[in-house]
Ligand binder design. Structure first.
Ligand code: GA4
Length: 327
């Protein structure tokens, strides 16, 4: 028997059944952000799935395309050059290791912090002016989409003021994170019926996440309580919007934080950009009084975003992080 001192890292990555055509979900709720019915449609989708696809979002295709090609160029560098920028702890360049507690996925990524509307000065990578510039352009634009969506949610939920939710993610001290993921193909598994896990199942801890990817599918969401996994058909012209744990709590469970994961394609690489909108660390996360009916109690213990974030970084990806805060 040959014992490898360092087993190939693919061995440490859990496999998933490769999606077949029947797994593609034709029922992804789609919202035209420019339509008058957007607020209602968003609320319906967030109650039912915690997930929807947003069209007519106003982010120029040219910005998204340029950000994508700069990301491709960044990830095409020699491994040793990228490693000089890492490892992610958890911010910076990361490869295969996700978070701090041993989760692994078939991907490499940049995890970056955002101050106001652009990358924090503390983010040393991306270092080229072209990549940094276009990411800042993208971040400024996607943030506006987040504001629009959160305002529409407040409207649809009947909450005043209009910026009750959006101010939490864009106001002074808000905790915004930006992530660029690259899932290289995993040809070793071609034809075997299994695929490498790109990013294992989890819910996002923040209020809201907006994802844009290239034309390679891979994102899957769990439907309802039974948790049947379905594949989301890719659409490079759309943003996919996720409800995060904090928004589930702010709505006392009315919106659901959607469980999702990414399955690697055996032949095509996937590149995605995700903006995560979180509140300031001191923000109290509790159901908004306007959403509690007569005599309705909060389902959750009181906590701040800072406390939740700390707990999240002690957890494994697939853990149910909200469970310890349930009453
Ligand atoms: C999931 C959502 C965001 O990508 C992220 C992730 C973070 C990380 O990759 O560092 C976490 C994960 C995410 C949830 C649980 C913890 C923290 C990895 C992990 C195991 C940046 C975030 O905020 O939470």
């Amino acid at each position: 028997m040959v014992v490898l001192a360092n087993p190939p890292v693919v061995d440490q990555i859990p496999l998933l059944r490769s999606p077949d055509p029947g797994d593609y979900f034709s029922g992804v709720p789609t919202v035209d952000l420019s339509s008058p019915g957007a607020a209602r449609a968003i609320v319906n989708a967030c109650e039912r799935f915690g997930f929807f696809k947003a069209l007519n979002h106003g982010v120029p295709a040219a910005t998204m395309d340029r950000a994508e090609s700069e990301a491709v160029r960044f990830f095409a560098q020699a491994q040793e050059d990228k490693d000089r920028a890492g490892p992610a702890n958890p911010f910076g360049y990361g490869s295969k290791r996700i978070g701090l507690n041993g989760d692994m996925g078939w991907l490499e990524y940049l995890l970056l912090t955002v101050d106001s509307a652009s990358l924090s000065d503390a983010c040393a990578v991306p270092s080229t002016a072209a990549f940094r510039g276009v990411l800042n352009e993208y971040i400024a634009a996607v943030r506006k989409v987040a504001v629009r969506v959160l305002e529409a949610m407040a409207e649809g939920l009947g909450i005043a003021p209009a910026d009750a939710l959006s101010a939490m993610v864009t106001g002074e001290g808000s905790d915004q994170v930006f992530r660029v993921n690259h899932y290289p193909p995993c040809p070793a598994l071609e034809g075997l019926g299994f695929s490498a896990t790109g990013f294992g199942e989890h819910t996002d801890p923040q209020l809201i996440s907006l994802l844009r990817s290239n034309g390679t599918s891979g994102l899957q969401i769990a439907l309802g309580d039974g948790g049947q996994w379905v594949s989301v058909p890719s659409d490079r012209d759309a943003f996919f919007v996720n409800v995060g744990d904090s928004l589930q709590v702010l709505t006392n469970g009315r919106f659901r934080s959607v469980k999702h994961r990414v399955v690697t394609n055996s032949l095509k690489s996937r590149v995605s950009f995700i903006y995560f909108g979180g509140p300031p660390l001191a923000q109290r996360i509790a159901p908004l009084p306007q959403l509690l009916g007569e005599g309705e109690q909060s389902l959750y213990k009181e906590f701040t975003w800072g406390e939740y974030k700390k707990a999240a970084y002690k957890s494994r990806l697939g853990d149910n992080r909200l469970a310890q805060f349930e009453k």
